[in-house]
Structure formats: C-alpha cells, structure tokens
Design a protein around this ligand. Structure first.
Ligand SMILES: [Zn+2]
Length: 419
C-alpha cells in the first residue's frame, strides 16, 4: 500500500474522532430567547407538534398533498423550497422521520418561532434515530391550524442551517441487499461501484468480526469536497476520500459512510484497488463502533479495519526497524486514546498504520480471532477504569492473552523484523 493510501485512512480516522466529539454547534443569538414548552401563552402551544407530525409522516409516506397541506401558501418562496425538498427526497426510503418541538416563542400575533430536534432512519438500516440535530422554523396560525412558514435557524439558533444532502440535487438511491447508496444523478457511476465494492467486502468483514449481521449501511456519495464541507462545516477540512461517521453512542444508531466522488474517481485511476480497501476499512469501523470504548487502543481498531480491507505491506516499518533506528510513533503511542489523531506527518501516519496492521496480523495469526474479539470486549468493559492506559493495557493483555504488554511488544518486534 502506498504512502498516499495510508494517508487517506489516517484522515478517515481523524474525521471519525472529530465527528464523535462534534457537538450541535449551536450558538443561540439570545440564550434567554426560547420559551420552554408548556410555558407559552395559552392558545399558542396547541397544535404545533401536530403540524410537525403531518410534515414528517408525509415525508415517510411520500404523500405530496399531505406535505403541502401544512405549508403556508402566503409564503410562496418557502412553499416552493419545501416542495422541491420533498421531490428531492421522494426516493429515500425513510423508515421514521422525527421532528420534535423543543421550545417556542411568539414573534408576532399568530406567528411563532420554534426550536425543534430532528433525525431520520432508513428502511432496513439501523433502527434507532441518530443523535438529534437542532433546527428552527416559523409557523403561522391559519384558522385553527398552524402552518410552516419559513426557516428560522438564523433567528433562533444564531447560525444558518448547514447544507443537507438534498440541497445538492435530487437524491437517487441504490438500495442494495446490505447497503443503501444515496447520490445525485451525476455520480451514478461512482455510486454503482461503491455499492458493489461495499457489498463485496461484507463476507470478509463478517468472518473477522462475527455477530449479528449489520443492518443496511447508509452510504452518501457526495459530488466533492466542497459539498462535504458545506454539510459538515469546520469539521472535515482535510477531506481526502471516504470516512465513516458514528451516528450515536448506541449500537442501534449505527453509522454511515461518506464518499467524495471526485477523489474516488481520481484514486480509481492512480491506485486501483484502493477504493475497495477504503470502503472495507470504513465498513469495519461501523461494525466496530459498538465494540469500541474510549480506552480501546486505536491500533487495534485501525489494524482490524486494515486486516479486513486486506492491507498487508509494512515496508517502511521493516526498513526502519532493520536499520536499528527508533520509530515514532511507537506501538505504545498508538495504544493511547486519540493516538492516531495527533500524527502530523506522512511518515508518522504510514508508520502508525503499518504498526497497527502488523500488530493485529500477529494477534490474529498467533492468538486467533476469538482472542482479538476478547481484547475488544475487555477494553470496552473496562472503559471507565481509573488506572492509566499503560497499566490498563498491560492488565488486559495479561488477562486475555496471558502475556504482559512488554512480552507482546517483543513478540511483535521479532514478528516484524523476522517476517
Ligand atoms: Zn480507520
């Protein structure tokens, strides 16, 4: 595997970390502005959630008339925008669409601004709603019912709404047996390859990480970096190809894969085979999310993802060790939580992946799948233990493999330099 390929995976790891630690990014313009639900003036609170429920159920049921029935016809620009959004989402197989009222405030007689939480699930995919995102709307009272009359993110939350996938065009869907690939028509070629490559890697994944099969994994094929940055502003600056994104802490919330089709096409020409490995790597991360705690050594995770992807070359590492030089990072550096996210140079990143890959290959060959899975389970089980990481790693290796960390490290050095 080339150094360039390694960098892709490194950045993918960084992206995962930033998406886990990311917050809603909400900066209220006026923190005292919102009125908690239930404390608004009599007459305003009634019926707003019902309007939101009609809006979301229409999206699930693909009922355009029902959807239009809750839009305020006095605001034609908003109606046009929302109907376009409906049409762009028409093929997306929503299972559940949630829009829940958090708070509301009257901005004029008969007009309220509301803060809402929103999320959706897809049919056949992970069953639990992802972590909720916050957004805001204006509603106006028409007769007895409330109608949606505008977006209110800037007014309520102090920031424009981040782009959503449908903002880049109608969403097309390739609904495979094991993945749901979403894309815009101009990315059809990439989407077809992504579907094939992702599904091809599943048998190997399930052999290495047995358990209940993953639900269908959502994959979003973005036109390019620009659109990805608009959707996840400030989080994924160094976008390079593909990444997995955890959708919540619970296993049932799962994750999704994001693909940059521009980079995908370039890579296809320059490094054939890499895209399949990248997708297998990211898919492994999604399968591993529920097995990963915040004390799990990152080298185990990255090494397993590469093990499933079939990345084996460790020439840089062998070279450096055989020349007797010291290596940076060391294997100990990358059992520290966050150990992969602080690698700043190409060489450090390549070395780190080669160390992770060879450590996992040794574990798999000498101790077997079951022990690797037992290591994951034990680190997960002990994620809230108080001792420092060095002690914890040593204790877990002793309890699961019957050897100290130092002994494992020596075995690994021999394995790399002898192999
Ligand atoms: Zn990774």
């Amino acid at each position: 595997m080339s150094i360039r390929g390694k960098i892709f995976l490194l950045l993918a790891a960084v992206i995962i970390i930033s998406s886990i630690t990311g917050c809603l990014g909400e900066t209220p313009a006026n923190i005292d502005w919102a009125t908690p639900v239930g404390t608004v003036a009599a007459g305003n609170g009634n019926g707003i959630q019902e309007t939101l429920d009609i809006y979301t159920s229409a999206l699930v049921e693909k009922d355009r008339d029902k959807f239009a029935s809750v839009l305020d016809t006095d605001n034609p620009a908003f109606v046009t925008q929302e109907l376009q959004r409906f049409d762009r989402l028409i093929d997306v197989p929503f299972n559940q669409y949630y829009l829940g009222l958090i708070s509301q405030s009257e901005t004029a007689p008969g007009t309220v601004a509301v803060k809402v939480n929103t999320a959706y699930t897809l049919q056949g995919s992970f069953p639990e709603l992802p972590d909720l995102e916050r957004t805001a709307y204006l509603l106006v009272k028409r007769g007895d019912t409330w109608k949606l009359a505008g977006d209110a993110d800037e007014l309520v939350l102090g920031k424009k709404r981040d782009a959503r996938f449908e903002d880049f065009g109608k969403i097309e869907v390739l609904n495979g047996d094991r993945v749901i690939v979403m894309y815009q028509a101009s990315q059809r070629g990439v989407a077809e390859q992504v579907l094939r490559m992702t599904e091809t890697s599943l048998p190997r994944l399930e052999e290495v990480i047995p358990g209940d099969p993953l639900p269908k994994v959502p994959v979003k094929v973005y036109p390019g970096k620009e659109e990805i940055n608009q959707t996840f502003p400030g989080k994924w600056q160094e976008w390079t190809g593909g990444a997995s994104r955890q959708l919540g802490e619970k296993a049932e919330q799962g994750g999704e894969i994001i693909v940059d089709s521009q980079v995908f096409n370039q890579t296809d020409g320059s490094n054939p085979g890499y895209n399949r490995q990248m997708l297998a790597h990211e898919l492994t991360h999604i399968a591993l999310f529920p097995l990963t705690g915040n004390r799990t050594p990152p080298f185990l995770i990255e090494g397993l993802a590469d093990y499933v992807a079939g990345i084996e070359d460790a020439s840089l590492l062998k070279d450096q060790l055989r020349r007797g030089g010291s290596i940076s990072p060391t294997l100990r550096n990358i059992y520290q939580p966050g150990g992969f996210s602080i690698l700043l140079t190409t060489e450090a990143a390549s070395l780190a992946y080669e160390e992770a890959d060879t450590a996992v290959a040794l574990l798999e060959q000498k101790y077997g799948h079951e022990k690797v899975l037992a290591l994951l389970r034990e680190f997960h089980r002990r994620e809230n233990d108080k001792q420092d990481q060095d002690t914890l790693v040593d204790e877990v290796f002793r309890s699961v493999l019957g050897i100290s960390w130092s002994e494992f490290e020596n075995e690994w050095l021999l394995y790399v330099t002898g192999g």
